[in-house]
Design a protein around this ligand. Structure first.
Ligand code: ZN
Length: 227
């Protein structure tokens, strides 16, 4: 295999690249009420955004590599949207024309590190932007989806269902969220938006067998290995 470790965005109907470059990942914290309650957080009056650099991205269907010396590394399975064209200060209506595909992303989070950073009022990058912190699935082409459906997705760890997500339970809808992000950060073709985790976050361990599904669209079997 040529260049098998080099990440490239892929569509699920064939395994070819999408031609889109690999850009940044813009993420939102606390977009599902059940997860806010799970960690005892407040409902934010404005969305909490953070960015993972392109160096965080890996192919989810390869092994998921977690750090060994930085405390618990938690799963956060999220809906991922691949951006097709430049978005600056757009409306939710404009967003629907600008998506290349939908898939799954894991926002791997060093939870103990994040708790320390939160206490100190520091940014979260150490906990969330490290190399390999963003495994992504292939993407289902957006133009195959006639209208915005709702999405259900799940994460299984060692055959136990750990997370169930439903896009109808988001505090901000996908289009509202991306439009709001674009008021602050220009999104470019090849960037990815992660839309927040539902409840069910927990530590991953080396040897865990992982199944991630986007109902009706994508199913991935992978496993957790040591860095
Ligand atoms: Zn997240």
């Amino acid at each position: 295999m040529l260049n098998s470790t080099k990440y490239q965005h892929r569509f699920s109907d064939n395994h070819e690249g999408t031609e889109l470059p690999v850009g940044k990942v813009v993420c939102v914290g606390r977009n599902y009420l059940d997860h806010i309650k799970e960690l005892g957080n407040e409902i934010p009056s404005q969305a909490i955004y953070f960015i993972k650099p392109s160096t965080a991205i890996r192919d989810m269907s390869n092994d998921i590599v977690i750090p060994q010396d930085k405390g618990a590394c938690h799963n956060e399975l999220e809906l991922a949207f691949l951006v097709a064209k430049t978005l600056t200060k757009v409306t939710p209506e404009e967003v629907s024309e600008s998506i290349a595909g939908v898939g799954l992303g894991l926002d791997l989070t060093l939870r103990e590190e994040q708790e320390k950073l939160k206490e100190m009022g520091h940014p979260w990058e150490r906990a969330k932007a490290f190399d390999g912190s963003c495994p992504l699935s292939e993407f289902r082409p957006w133009n195959e989806l006639k209208e915005l459906p709702y999405f259900e997705f799940s994460l299984y760890v060692n055959s136990q269902q750990r997370q169930v997500g439903d896009s109808r339970l988001m505090i901000r809808t996908v289009f509202e969220l991306i439009a709001d992000m674009s008021q602050f950060f220009t999104l470019e073709a090849g960037d990815v938006v992660l839309t927040g985790t539902p409840k069910g976050v927990g530590p991953l361990h080396v040897g865990d067998v992982i199944k991630a599904t986007l109902s009706g669209y994508i199913e991935i079997d992978t496993r957790v290995v040591a860095a």
